[in-house]
Design a protein around this ligand. Structure first.
Ligand code: M7G
Length: 322
């Protein structure tokens, strides 16, 4: 029987103190030893802040870490509790029928989603640093001569992807799996989604087959895989979360951060990070394009944005392509 995020939360609250303890014990990030070096990015609109800091171990040598703090969306089922229980309301200003207040919540209703990358590489610091961006128009030839050699030399480790596929991490979070080695995939909540409300639903489908780096590698041979992801992914989401396929945005990133083919599933009503036109390619369009031309993504010029100090931008500049 499908379990909604709110039902899951209630079950967690009521019965899962033990598993929470285990999770706490397993968490190894020493927050108390984290000292902030720099704010990489912050957004008042998204209520997030990205911090670069160092963890000072016993030896005193700092190890870089990225900590992302994010105020979480409201959960409908908690709102009444939030307004009535244990809450302090402090008046800020009042004018005629208008007034504003500060509402002080008890800690259990005031959590902050925290994402940690530790140890963080220079590339992680760069990924989260707020910078100017430039559009690149990458031809098929540019991909072969500039982008491919670059990503082969220095892309992010995809160990976390293999850990998911081999059930060495996040195994209990898998929503659906088609185990076929060529045309199968694992559907799992993205780590950007805390699963507590459906408004910001975000899952990823990671294909079992290794070696498909990105959209650029896709040919008509991959249509069975892509169709499985589209159809079975949507079915699994309807079954578990009661969100219809027509209310999902299903897309690939180009460029991705991690070069092992994966597909993003987000709630259509959610303005998810990375769903802008210069990065997101709808899976339905990708399938259609490959049916139209088997080599579509080897030939096409693809547009994407690069941040100012990304080394790939420098490669395009050196080649006179920007
Ligand atoms: P991407 O298009 O390669 O890059 O997507 P992006 O991170 O710049 O969007 C990778 C997706 O995988 C992103 O949506 C990440 O939030 C998600 N992700 C990254 N990591 C390291 C993990 C992880 O360890 N577990 C899960 N479940 N999702 C992750």
């Amino acid at each position: 029987m499908a379990e909604s995020p709110s039902a899951k939360r209630k079950r967690d609250e009521n019965g899962a103190a033990e598993s929470q303890d285990k999770a706490d014990a397993a968490s190894s990030f020493p927050l108390a030893e984290f000292s902030v070096c720099k704010v990489l990015r912050e957004s008042a609109r998204d209520k997030t802040i990205f911090l670069h800091g160092q963890v000072n171990g016993a030896s005193g040598d700092g190890t870089d870490a990225v900590v992302i703090l994010e105020k979480t969306p409201f959960q409908e089922e908690n709102v009444a509790e939030l307004l009535q229980k244990y809450t302090k309301l402090q008046l800020q200003m009042s004018n005629d029928i208008y007034s504003t207040y500060c509402l002080y919540l008890p800690p259990e209703l005031n959590e902050i989603k925290t994402t940690v990358v530790y140890p963080a590489t220079e590339k992680h610091l760069q990924k989260y640093l707020c910078q100017e961006v430039y559009l690149i128009q990458e031809t098929g030839e540019d991909y072969k001569t500039i982008t491919l050699p670059f990503i082969q030399s220095q892309s992010f480790s995809i160990q976390w992807v293999y850990n998911i596929l081999e059930k060495k991490a996040e195994a209990d979070r898998i929503i659906y799996e088609n185990p076929d080695p060529a045309n199968g995939f694992v559907l799992i909540p993205d780590f950007k989604w805390d699963q507590k409300q459906l408004d910001d639903l975000y899952l990823i489908a990671i294909c079992h087959c290794r070696g498909i780096k990105s959209l650029r590698d896709l040919t008509a041979d991959h249509l069975p895989l892509l169709k499985n992801i589209s159809q079975e992914g949507k079915e699994a989401i309807v079954k578990r979360f009661r969100i219809a396929g027509a209310q999902l945005r299903v897309y690939l990133h180009y460029q991705p951060s991690y070069y092992h083919l994966h597909v993003h599933f987000t709630a259509l009503s959610y303005d998810a990070p990375g769903c802008s036109v210069e990065r997101a390619h709808l899976l339905s369009d990708v399938i259609d394009n490959l049916e139209f031309d088997a080599q579509y993504y080897q030939k096409r010029t693809l547009t994407f944005a690069l941040r100012a100090d990304e080394p790939l931008l420098k490669k395009f500049q050196d080649a006179g392509r920007v």
